[in-house]
Structures are given as structure tokens and as C-alpha cells.
Design a protein around this ligand. Sequence first.
Ligand code: C5P
Length: 234
Amino acid sequence: MDARDRLIVALDVPSVKDAESMVTRLGNSASFYKIGYQLGLAGGLPFAAGLIAAGKHVFLDFKLHDIGNTITHGVASVANMGATFLTVHAYPQTMKAAVEGARGSKLKVLAVTVLTSYDNDDLAAAGYKLGVSELVARRAEQARDLGIDGLVCSPEEAANLRGIVGSKLALVTPGIRPAGSAAGDQKRIMTPAKAIAAGADYLVVGRPIVEAADPKAAADAIVAEITEAKNKGN
Ligand code: C5P
């Protein structure tokens, strides 16, 4: 796989106009874009369809969770749109229904095991008996057994999760910060090279690219780092 296709640029911008201008500035330096609620619910879906028509890959980070029938049909709609990645919460019913909705398409369903803003106290308050690490491990096993295509995880979890899911599932990691860039609100960060060495298949990068003075140069530098890390690993 081309190193460029491992970089997913998080288009966390408020409007389609901002997104269009970022995509134009990045040109061929980015081939994969993540669209979340902010842009998706502000006209970002027709925009995403346009990106796909222009040959880009799109990751819809909508973290779906609902009854199985609703998930299957919703995921089928995303598959028909031609998206490459879609996130769902890692509940067994939801994952099973999502796999069903994506069947026969090129859409890959990614599961979010436990939101990284949750700690053990948050899980207890929500009624869970398991702590974060046990719940992440259980849900990773369930995702693997239900035919999910990949997991979203922090780069620190990547090596451990690789041990649970093997090489079949893609590991997609946010929390990436090239050396010297601001952490912002991310607490557990890793450089692109370290994340690849830890087993990440795809890196999700937002602010270090979209808020850079020269986003194209920032993206090119990350791709170069991915290439180097991959060459070292082989
Ligand atoms: O700007 P930054 O590089 O921190 O953006 C990371 C992207 O990954 C954001 O879109 C954020 O919502 C997403 N994300 C994350 N941590 C998670 C899951 C998703 O930062 N655990």
C-alpha cells in the first residue's frame, strides 16, 4: 500500500467551503479524508460524495449505535455512497448488523471499543462492571469474531490490540503528533513513525495538518515519515 493512503486527514472544519479550500490546498498530498459530525451535519455528505467521485477515500466517523435493523440499513446507505471507512460503537448487536449492511461492498466497518474520554469511573457511572482495559480487550475479541474490518485505537493500545486481533483487522490511530507540533487536547500522543512501528495501519491526523501554515508540506512530511518507518520495519 502507498504510504500516502495510510494518512487520513481529519477535516475538522466548520463548513464545506473551508473543507473545499483545504482539499484544494492539499492536492495530491492527501488521498484519504475523515469527516465527522461537525462537517457531515453541515452539508458534508454531498461534499463527501464529491470527494469520492474525485477519486479520494472517505472515512465517515459517525460512531453509529442503534437497533440492528436501523444499523444494517444505515450502513448499507453509507456503502452505496462509496465510502471506504465508517465507525460504529463496538456493541455486539451493532457490529453484527453493521457487517451485514456492508456485505458485498467495499465499505470497511471500524469499531470504536471504548471512547478515549472514558476512564474506569466513567464506565462505573454508566453501569459497567469492567474497567477500560478489560472492556477494550473484550470488545476487540468480539469485533474480530463478528467480522469487523478494523478498530480505532490510540497508538499506545495498538501493540496490545494487534496481539488480540492479529493482522486481519486494520488498526486506525488518532492522537498523532509529529515531533515539535502542539499536543492540543490530546493527552496520549505518538509521532507518525512511532505509531507505525507500534503496529498502526492508518494514521488519523487533524490539527497538525489543517492548522499548519503550509498543510501540504505538513502532510508530505508525515507521509515521508510513514514511508521511512515502513521501510525500517520491513
Ligand atoms: O486534530 P487531531 O489530530 O487531534 O484530530 C484527531 C481526530 O481523531 C479528531 O477528528 C478526533 O475527533 C478523532 N479521534 C480522536 N480520538 C479518538 C477517536 C477519534 O482524536 N479516540
